[in-house]
Ligand binder design. Structure first.
Ligand SMILES: [Zn+2]
Length: 253
């Protein structure tokens, strides 16, 4: 299963995976039937989560029911426990929306929920996050997870998201951060999938963010909260929801 997952992630175009991955979930739910873990996003209970990862494949990562990963489950718990997202139905821009969230956010937010992406078939608005086609101060909430490492000018994208966020608004901007690096590594001369895998850890990444990632968000004008939300949970919850320690980058304007 691990080899299959790695092969699919590295060889099949992302948009194809986004379109068809959910078709496998009825079978996966049966294969992983059990009581070992629980997904807070879809409420499903499974023997364990499925493996996932482009390079080293992590076990117990991907929910067989809704395809949530550890970070999605952690963010979901934070949104429910620490924000008014599901209560106040904020006007929300969700860039490159994750399939596990779309239907659930839509049901909670209704017309206030806008999904957007350059190519994802799941999004309603076609847009480049470096040139967002909305006026200043439009959205209460902007969500953009694991996108900035793929974008040519990530600083411009951050400024664009800051521009369309209303003053007093907030957002979620998760990116993979390499804790071993003090400063972000990028090199525009590396253009091949193999080169990018070697330099940045994934064939379609344009940089490997270091610990200065939140400073880039601050440069764009945001206040940034770095939340290690696992600290607020019990060891039992971390195991039950199959989480791993990841920082939630919550921005405010
Ligand atoms: Zn799930």
């Amino acid at each position: 299963m691990k080899r299959l997952i790695r092969f699919v992630l590295n060889r099949v175009p992302r948009s194809t995976i986004q379109r068809v991955a959910h078709l496998a979930t009825p079978v996966m739910r049966l294969l992983y039937a059990g009581r070992g873990v629980e997904c807070p996003v879809c409420g499903g209970r499974y023997r364990r989560m499925m493996p996932y990862g482009y390079g080293p494949v992590r076990s117990n990562a991907l929910c067989p029911g809704c395809l949530s990963l550890e970070r999605h489950r952690l963010l979901w718990l934070w949104l429910i426990g620490q924000s008014d997202f599901f209560v106040s139905a904020p006007h929300t821009l969700h860039v490159a929306p994750e399939r596990c969230f779309i239907g659930r956010f839509e049901r909670a937010l209704g017309e206030s929920y806008v999904t957007a992406d350059l190519e994802s078939p799941l999004a309603r608005v076609r847009m480049d996050v470096q040139a967002i086609p909305f006026p200043d101060e439009t959205f209460d909430v902007v969500i953009c997870n694991h996108i900035l490492e793929h974008v040519e000018d990530d600083r411009l994208a951050m400024r664009e998201m800051h521009r369309v966020m209303r003053t007093g608004g907030w957002g979620v901007m998760l990116s993979p951060v390499n804790p071993e690096r003090a400063t972000t590594h990028e090199d525009a001369s590396i253009t091949t999938p193999e080169g990018r895998s070697a330099a940045f850890g994934q064939h379609d990444h344009l940089r490997d963010y270091g610990r200065d990632y939140p400073d880039r968000l601050r440069e764009a004008g945001f206040r940034v909260k770095e939340i290690d939300y696992c600290d607020a949970l019990t060891t039992e919850q971390i195991a039950r929801f199959a989480l791993r320690r990841e920082t939630l980058y919550i921005v405010e304007k």
